[in-house]
Ligand binder design. Structure first.
Ligand code: ZN
Length: 222
C-alpha cells in the first residue's frame, strides 16, 4: 500500500467510553448538536448479547487502526486517551477534529439492532454542514471506507439499514458539527451472532481494523 505523502493528520473517534454508563449526570447534559438542535452529551452505546460492550470494541479497533496507519506515516489524534473515562461529549469530539490541518475524521461505532440483522453501514451527513467542497470530500472518505470494509472486514453490507451499506443521516452531532471531511462507521450489529463473533475475537477486530486502515490510506492517497 503506498504511503500518503506529507504525514497527514487524522482524527480517530472511538464512540462512547468505559465509564459513561456510571455518569448519567455528565452524559445526559444537553449540548449543541448542530443545525439548531440540542441532544445529550453522549450515549452509552450497545453491547453483544454476551456483554462485550461497544465502547471496548470501538476503542480496541481504533488502537489497531492507529498502529497500522502510523506505520504508513499518518499522524493520529484520538478523541479520548483510554477506555476508562467519561465522554467527552460529541460536540467536544467534533471540535477536536475541526483543526484546519485535520485531513479526515473517522468515528468508529457498532450498532445494537434486532438480532436478525447483520452487516456494516457507513454514515455521512445528508446535508452539507461545512459546504459543498468538504461534503464532496466526506463522500469520497465514506466511499473509501465502505469499499474497504466490504473487501476486508469479513462483514457484508447492512441487511437492515440504509441502502447497500450507505445510510445518510442528519441527526449525528459529530457529523453535523464537522468542518473537516468526516465519516461515521457502524461496523456490524453487536446483537447479531455472526457479527458478534467477529467483534469479540481479537483476530476479527484485527481484520476489521485492517479494513478501516486500508480505507483511510486509500482516501489519503487519492
Ligand atoms: Zn455507538
Amino acid at each position: 500500500m503506498p504511503a500518503p505523502s506529507g504525514h497527514p493528520l487524522i482524527l480517530l473517534n472511538p464512540g462512547h467510553n468505559g465509564e459513561d454508563a456510571s455518569h448519567p449526570e455528565i452524559i445526559n447534559q444537553p449540548i449543541d448538536a448542530g443545525f439548531g438542535r440540542t441532544k445529550a452529551c453522549e450515549t452509552t452505546g450497545t453491547s453483544t448479547n454476551s456483554g462485550y460492550p461497544e465502547h471496548a470494541f470501538n476503542w480496541d479497533v481504533a488502537l489497531r487502526v492507529r498502529a497500522i496507519v502510523q506505520a504508513h506515516g499518518v499522524r493520529v489524534l484520538m478523541t479520548r486517551p483510554n477506555d476508562t473515562g467519561v465522554g467527552p461529549c460529541a460536540n467536544v469530539r467534533a471540535q477536536l477534529g475541526n483543526r484546519p490541518d485535520i485531513a479526515a475524521q473517522i468515528s468508529i461505532h457498532a450498532d445494537g439492532a434486532d438480532s436478525s440483522g447483520h452487516g456494516f453501514h457507513v454514515c455521512e451527513d445528508s446535508r452539507q454542514p461545512a459546504g459543498a467542497a468538504i461534503a464532496a470530500q466526506s463522500h469520497l472518505l465514506t466511499v473509501a471506507l465502505h469499499q474497504a470494509l466490504l473487501r476486508g472486514s469479513g462483514m457484508t453490507v447492512s441487511s437492515y439499514l440504509g441502502q447497500d451499506g450507505y445510510f445518510p443521516r442528519d441527526d449525528l452531532t459529530g457529523l453535523n458539527l464537522a468542518m473537516r471531511p468526516a465519516t461515521f462507521l457502524e461496523i456490524g450489529n453487536m446483537r447479531n451472532a455472526g457479527d458478534a463473533a467477529l467483534q469479540t475475537s481479537a483476530a476479527g477486530r484485527q481484520r476489521i481494523a485492517a479494513a478501516v486502515a486500508a480505507g483511510i490510506l486509500a482516501y489519503l492517497a487519492r
